[in-house]
Design a binder for this molecule. Structure first.
Ligand SMILES: [Zn+2]
Length: 448
């Protein structure tokens, strides 16, 4: 019997289950067996391995529904620090065009390690450029090596500068080649089974970087293969203006016309959705990846998350790419989502508990993972253990209010029953060595 087979986490001060009843359990143990939660209760014994969680809060692992992991190599680039979305992209495209397979692998490991330390056990990624032999497989290998449950999406751009698009021609691909590679990566890596560690999605970068035909063909392909669809939508005012001018439609209408609504679709940002579009998303089960820090950083606005939740839209959280955040700390992202709704709608607009539910169960629902996002018997053993005995929570009356007063890094993290962070250290890779290589690569990129 090895560690994955039977571990009991003992004496948790509080467990936030995020189950259907929203139960909060005091002084309890959790047994992990065969990658799932086998038992929750008091006085559990007979484990191969035990871990003491006295003084700790345990939550389901957080779920990140939007990221561009490759961008961790271009954090705080001077020309992009203070630009709006389109100008920001034009600063970064030439730098990204020099990436290759190693840049994709190392930057993904850094981004995933950062997420793990902030409590994340399931992350999607949106990789939409493939220069110099880079492939989606590079990031899939990075996630497998570090042990993250991963939903990579095969992004794409096909309209370059010479066709009136934003990206340089060197970063765009032929639409036939994009669809062929989507099929290749789905066939090679997509696992639809319960407990899957890798599910692939199809994700043209945005309506302004691919054609109407590719949007439609991508939706047909995804449905044929039974995989999910993802893109950026209604991010800021420029985005809405572009949609009205080029397509004669608001983003919600454009998405619906091309098959981009449904419970197998989730859109990033949606800062500028209007009331009709919110109703459309609620009716169709279309999910939203809310990225509050990136929206602040790029001055895009405050997404109408309160209205979305009240209408019944599935909302999850995303840190977005590390070039527009530029952090990748998911628990701080959850705090930011709570604060922004309060700025827009008042102090009672979103509780710390609700924001944490969005960050866990909400994200799992957006990604179609009914097997993740809650602490209940039979669900996957993805857990974040937060030590409440440190300075940040000292004096807190309510450990469940983690987003008001609590640590911003986990003590321990379990994914599929494996302890991937132990006592605050990532166990599965040599993190100092990876950080060293990341900094070397960033230096080389900055020298041109
Ligand atoms: Zn994004």
């Amino acid at each position: 019997m090895n560690e994955i087979d039977n571990t009991v986490i003992k004496n948790a001060r509080l467990i936030l289950t995020m189950d259907d009843a929203g139960r909060e359990m005091r002084d309890c143990d959790i047994r992990l067996q065969g990658g799932v939660i086998a038992e929750v209760g008091q006085g559990l014994a007979g484990a191969h391995k035990t871990l003491d969680a006295r003084g700790c809060l345990i939550t389901p692992g957080l779920v990140n529904t939007h990221h561009h992991l490759f961008q961790s190599l271009t954090r705080a680039v001077p020309g992009g620090q203070d630009a709006l979305l389109f100008g920001w992209l034009q600063t970064l495209y030439p730098i990204w065009s020099r990436f290759g397979p190693e840049e994709m692998y190392i930057s993904a490991q850094i981004g995933l390690a950062e997420l793990m330390l902030s409590g994340c056990t399931l992350s999607s990624d949106h990789l939409y450029l493939y220069p110099n032999g880079a492939r989606l497989d590079d990031t899939i290998a990075a996630a497998a090596d570090i042990g993250m449950r991963f939903h990579p999406t095969r992004g794409a751009m096909s309209i370059g500068e010479s066709d009136g698009g934003l990206p340089p021609d060197a970063l765009v691909e032929k639409e036939s080649a994009i669809l062929e590679d989507c099929i290749r990566v789905i066939d090679a890596h997509h696992d639809a089974s319960e407990g899957s560690m890798c599910r692939v999605g199809v994700a043209p970068c945005s309506p302004f970087s691919v054609s109407r035909d590719l949007m439609r063909d991508a939706a047909i392909l995804a449905r044929d293969k039974g995989v999910m669809l993802h893109t950026h939508l209604a991010e800021n005012d420029e985005d809405i203006a572009y949609s009205l001018e080029k397509f004669g439609a608001r983003p919600g209408q454009y998405a619906e016309d091309l098959g981009w609504t449904g419970n197998d679709v989730w859109h990033a940002h949606c800062v500028k959705l209007d009331g009709q579009e919110i109703d459309l998303f609620a009716r169709s089960g279309t999910g939203v990846a809310h990225c509050p820090c990136s929206n602040c950083r790029l001055g895009s606005g405050i997404a109408p998350v309160r209205a979305m939740r009240d209408a019944g839209v599935n909302v999850g959280l995303g840190v977005d790419g590390s070039a527009s955040n530029d952090a990748g700390n998911l628990v701080l992202e959850a705090r930011q989502s709570m604060l922004l709704q309060r700025v827009a709608n008042g102090a009672d607009a979103m509780s710390a508990r609700e924001a944490l539910r969005i960050a866990t169960r909400g994200g799992a629902e957006v990604l179609g993972r009914s097997d993740c996002g809650q602490i209940a018997v039979g669900k996957r053993a993805d857990l974040a253990i937060w030590d409440m005995s440190g300075i940040e929570a000292a004096g807190s009356w309510d450990p469940a209010a983690l987003l008001l007063a609590g640590p911003t890094q986990v003590r321990d993290l379990f994914i599929e029953g494996r302890r991937v962070v132990a006592s605050g250290q990532v166990m599965s890779i040599d993190l100092p060595k990876t950080i060293g290589r990341q900094n070397e690569l960033a230096q080389l990129l900055s020298e041109g």
